[in-house]
Design a binder for this molecule. Structure first.
Ligand code: PLP
Length: 546
């Protein structure tokens, strides 16, 4: 019931994007369980995207990646006083070195093992955090050069980390870094990798890219900037946080919801229970802040206090379209119509990093990849085809009623099939499901007929698009597409400019069968029909009926 779906293609794309943008080596940072995405999943996809090196904070994380089968070079830089240098050297982990004691410890261990250790000098150029300070550089580099000559140590790189305190400070740090690199070269060491920039500077300070960048949050497709989105940077968010509706409750106005009753329903509504709480990384303080989740292609607010295991969503007018088991997306790639994680981080006055890394251990990380189906989907966005066999007109009508229960204002359904296939029967069912005034008949003698709602819902507009020449003619009908459910027989003209729509194709297995339909030739299937439903666009990305 709790899934963080991690898109491998998104991570590969993001690393490729950073490589193309910078033209330098990419060190992909997968510390803290890959910023909550799963470190093994993230490392594998980053390498496939062209990362040259994997970065983590500490040795435990590095060794876990080796255990998970990651064979690429791994660098770690934050060490405890009792760190196991031997394990690092035996597993071929590169070590960031912040002081002389660490360097000597590594060298002594390497000598004892009869092996050589690979290190990178980690320098403090103004963050006042981890790293050797300027006063230590000369001594550290001189000792490094000795150990290199002795063959116990290889110095592969030198790096520092920016405080992101503004351009002036970044440039001052870079100047100190340049000085350090020059000093290192004077000792005879020529470092292969020189890196200063994390995600923010990688995108905002091209001059500070040296020959590698060390990026974390952008690998996952998230922006390190408050004023620029993932899409602005050409990145794709990799995590979609998913759950499902596990209970529905109709309540009158004036009912207190969840602990403390700090939400009281304003009108009669339906509440959906979603089994994700603060144990799973929903900030408890999101309570009442206005965050929404995506259900059935719409955004519904989280209401009432968030519990450890669950939260409550107010479905409002969407209630009729939602059933137990329906998928819920808490955040993901906003280009698919779901809320971005930044809604939460902004409401919480924190950064997107903190939200994704805080997704709890109970949430299953599931990697998704391009499959053959996904490849098909890329060339045909409606590849989510659902197929049904429908035995008789009554079933066709029932199927229409079911579709009517799914459709909402703004939805477009294109209906195709030969005369007599049952298109009018289906549309009549849709009308009943929507609760509109009948009778629904074949639109053959009108271009479009509007059936007003009898239940305060959207009207059904039934269009005979066979007779529309093009989009301009569809425009001339002056239909309220956004406020109606539109069922169009034949799609020419009506789908132009639409983001999402459904196609329903009805086929008669035996075309010869003559239809008993009275005056209406498009009536009453007497033979089974095969109905194919395809959802196009973000609204129907996970299917129409599922
Ligand atoms: C976490 C970390 C990074 C990655 O930072 P992003 O802002 O996520 O790109 C780079 N370098 C060091 C030293 C880090 O600790």
């Amino acid at each position: 019931m709790r899934v963080a779906e991690i898109s491998l293609p998104a991570i590969r794309h993001n690393v490729r994007r950073i490589r193309e943008l910078t033209g330098v080596a990419v060190i992909a940072v997968v510390k803290a369980n890959g910023y909550g995405h799963g470190s093994g999943i993230a490392a594998k996809a980053a390498i496939e995207g062209g990362a040259a090196l994997i970065g983590v904070a500490d040795l435990e994380e590095a060794l876990a990646l080796r255990d998970a089968g990651i064979e690429a070079p791994i660098l770690c830089w934050l060490h405890g006083a009792r760190v196991d240098w031997a394990a690092a050297i035996e597993s071929g982990i590169e070590l960031g070195v912040s002081d002389l004691a660490q360097l000597d410890g590594i060298a002594a261990t390497a000598e004892r093992l009869g092996r050589s250790a690979t290190v990178q000098f980690k320098l403090d150029t103004g963050l006042s955090r981890n790293g050797a300070g300027p006063e230590e550089w000369a001594g550290l580099f001189a000792r490094g050069a000795e150990l290199v000559r002795a063959g116990t140590v290889r110095v592969r790189g030198v790096f520092s980390h920016l405080a992101n305190a503004g351009e002036e400070h970044d440039l001052a740090q870079a100047a100190r870094f340049d000085g350090a690199v020059a000093l290192l070269r004077q000792t005879g060491i020529d470092p292969e990798l020189i890196h200063l920039s994390a995600s923010a500077a990688t995108f905002s300070r091209p001059a500070l890219r040296y020959n590698a960048v060390r990026v974390g949050v952008t690998v996952y497709g998230l922006s390190p900037f408050a004023d620029r989105s993932s899409a602005d940077l050409g990145l794709i968010p990799a995590m979609t946080l998913r759950s499902e509706v596990v209970a529905l409750r109709s309540v009158p106005a004036g009912v207190g919801v969840s602990y403390g009753y700090n939400h009281v329903t304003q009108s009669e509504t339906t509440l959906a229970l979603v089994p994700m709480g603060y144990a799973d990384g929903l900030p408890r303080a999101l309570n009442g802040a206005g965050a929404t989740v995506a259900i059935a292609g719409r955004h519904c607010p989280i209401v009432g206090r968030i519990g450890m295991d669950q939260c409550i969503v107010d479905l409002g007018s969407l209630a009729r379209k939602v059933s137990i088991g329906d998928p819920v997306v808490l955040f993901g790639d906003p280009s698919t119509g779901v809320p971005p994680v930044e809604v939460w981080s902004e409401l919480m006055r924190t950064i997107n990093y903190e939200i994704v890394v805080g997704i709890g251990p109970r949430v299953l990380r599931i990697a998704t990849d391009d499959t053959e189906e996904a490849a098909e989907e890329a060339s045909d966005p409606g590849a989510v085809a659902e197929r049904l066999e429908i035995g008789d007109p009554e079933r066709m009508h029932e199927f229409g009623v079911r579709l009517g229960g799914i459709l909402a204002a703004g939805d477009l359904l294109i209906l195709t099939g030969p005369l007599g296939a049952g298109k009018t029967t289906l549309t009549r069912g849709i009308g009943e499901g929507l609760g509109v005034r009948g009778p629904v008949t074949s639109p053959t003698f009108v271009l479009a007929r509007t059936h007003p709602s009898l239940v305060d819902g959207p009207p059904l507009v039934h269009v005979d698009a066979y007779r529309l020449a093009d989009a301009a003619e569809a425009d001339d009908l002056d239909l309220d597409f956004d406020g109606s459910v539109v069922v169009a027989e034949w799609g020419a003209g009506v789908i132009e400019g639409r983001e999402s729509w459904i196609e329903v194709e009805i086929e008669r297995p035996t075309a010869e069968t003559v239809v008993a339909g009275g005056d209406d030739p498009d009536e009453a299937p007497v033979e089974p029909r095969v109905v194919t439903i395809r959802g196009y666009g973000p609204r129907w990305a996970s299917g129409v009926l599922s």
